[in-house]
Ligand binder design. Structure first.
Ligand SMILES: *Cc1c(COP(=O)(O)O)cnc(C)c1O
Length: 390
């Protein structure tokens, strides 16, 4: 490179629409209590660790060859898992597709159904990667809004879709960062009027409360519906990078046109298949987390805070006149939560009982220090305003 002037991004002939953008960045800090990215806090058991080691060994000897390009066996296993999650779903491997995290699934959907001159619409506050992946794919993002209680009134949803006629609609249920699950009526209403594809992002589906249905039940007869899932959250496999979807096989035929050949490594496929065989064990931790979630919701309410209904493994709570101040003072105490969503709210991922005890103590001390006095933050510092969420 020599010792000439340093090159900056702006000196490069980068796409005009990427200029000035910041990379995605939930902080990856080394703290005692990381409660900011909705991971499952329980690591794989010793038995699963061993089984994964054996599975990787099993494929290691043939890593000179490309993996199964269509991940046929993994897709069959995922279909069987979904049929247990949602009895009556009746899915086969042909109805399921897998990729490196559901983020790659979403990217492939936009590559096939979005693109330059097309639009995608979402109801915010919602998952920040939907607009980012959308715009990076050259698709224009349309920001519609959820209701004040973070739900989605079917009539309002219909109006937004009819007004903008987007090529792709995103519905997140349970929603991130609010935790809110959508009733099937809202999804059906959107399906009825949407001219393009409807993506229901169910990254947190396994955490939903009893009686909350999955959009998987709507797949029959709806070839423009895509339901996305991930092994990153409930399955405790964020490091594996495995996301998947269920949809009509014709949708998967469309994705085959845009996916990179051999996108899913043999190692990933082997690890994911092994984790699925430990599904019951992994989902035991989900039940513990759901109980812990309901406890933290009750505690926050008893403390006088506003708390969004949660069907996920995180809780959105507020309101704080100075949420940045509370967030920083909690970090001082080793507890990293997420400054995300509407300006006066904070989000905490549900951790182990020990982690949640640290969260409670840190939140109480931090609120006191900043001068927050319950709902509305009466007596707190002036509002910090909307900031780039970390
Ligand atoms: C975490 C999350 C994802 C997923 O991620 P991957 O790790 O890429 O599978 C997708 N959607 C939502 C709403 C999420 O919160």
């Amino acid at each position: 490179m020599g010792d000439s002037l340093l090159t900056s991004l702006n000196d490069l002939p980068i796409r005009d629409d990427l200029r000035g953008r910041e990379p995605y960045g939930a902080p990856q800090l080394d703290v005692p209590y990381a409660l900011n990215t909705n991971e499952n806090p329980y690591p794989p058991s010793a038995a699963l660790v061993n089984a994964i080691g054996e599975a990787v060994k099993g494929v290691a000897g043939s890593l000179n060859r490309y993996p199964d390009r269509d991940a046929v066996k993994l897709r069959e296993d995922l279909a069987a898992f979904l049929n247990r999650d949602t009895p009556g779903a009746g899915l086969t491997g042909r109805d399921v597709w897998a990729a490196n995290g559901s983020n790659e699934i979403i990217q492939q959907i936009l590559q096939a159904f979005g693109g330059f001159g097309r639009t995608a619409l979402g109801f915010e506050p919602s998952y920040s990667m939907h607009p980012i992946i959308t715009s990076v794919s050259g698709t224009a993002w349309i920001n519609a809004h959820r209701d004040a209680d973070f739900g989605l009134d079917p009539e309002r949803a219909i109006k937004a879709v009819e007004e903008h006629r987007p090529d792709v609609v995103f519905l997140t249920s349970p929603n991130n960062p609010t935790g809110t699950a959508l009733p099937l009526e809202a999804i059906e209403a959107v399906l009825k009027v949407a001219p393009g594809m409807v993506v229901v992002d169910e990254a947190y589906a396994e955490f939903r409360r009893a009686g909350t249905p999955s959009a998987l039940t709507l797949l029959p007869g709806n070839p423009r519906l895509i339901v996305t899932r991930t092994m990153s959250k409930a399955f405790a496999m964020a490091g594996t990078r495995l996301g998947y979807l269920a949809a009509d096989p014709a949708v998967i035929d469309a994705l085959l046109l845009v996916r990179l050949p051999y996108h899913l490594s043999a190692v990933t496929q082997a690890v994911a298949r092994t984790a699925i065989t430990f599904g019951d064990e992994l989902l035991d931790s989900v039940n513990a987390l759901r109980r812990e979630r309901d406890d933290v919701v009750a505690w926050l309410r008893a403390e006088g805070l506003e708390v969004a209904e949660s069907d996920a493994n995180f809780v959105l709570f507020g309101r704080f006149a100075d949420r940045r101040g509370v967030w920083e003072r909690m970090l001082d105490r080793g507890v990293l939560i997420r400054e995300v969503g509407p300006p006066e709210w904070l989000r905490v991922s549900v951790g182990t009982p020990e982690e949640m005890a640290a969260f409670r103590t840190a939140l109480k001390e931090a609120s006191k220090e900043v001068g927050e006095a319950g709902p509305g933050g009466v007596g707190g510092r002036p509002p910090s305003g909307e900031r780039e969420s970390l």
